[in-house]
Ligand binder design. Sequence first.
Ligand code: SF4
Ligand code: SF4
Length: 120
Amino acid sequence: MLPMNTCTKCGACCVTYRVTFGREELDRAGAGLVPAELVEAIDERRVCMRGTNLRHPRCIALRGTVGSEVACAIYDRRPSPCRAYAPRAVDGNGDMCCADARRLHGLPPLKGSYDAGLLA
Ligand code: SF4
Ligand code: SF4
């Protein structure tokens, strides 16, 4: 089990954005780790996590309740956008995308954001 941190009490980004990445990250038809059964096609080169290409997105791999307690069911196999997203958020330092996602789901932007002026 992963330790509790800012993100495991949030999950807002997993229910806000389309999570798009290249087919090469798939465990089938690629050399990567992301389970192919959890994605849908965008075009010949790209896929997205199922559930994130909807008007009200929710990634199929997200477990739990946003803003309370969440987990990623494929944390060790998650795609590159998830690995790159707001890398300091787990320590309570967000960025603009993180803040937007949190606001959209009724959560305040993280304090200590390293985006200058974001929290002004
Ligand atoms: S990166 Fe930001 S929006 Fe995403 S789970 Fe962490 S705190 Fe929430
Ligand atoms: S793969 Fe995991 S971290 Fe990425 S959007 Fe889905 S639930 Fe969130």
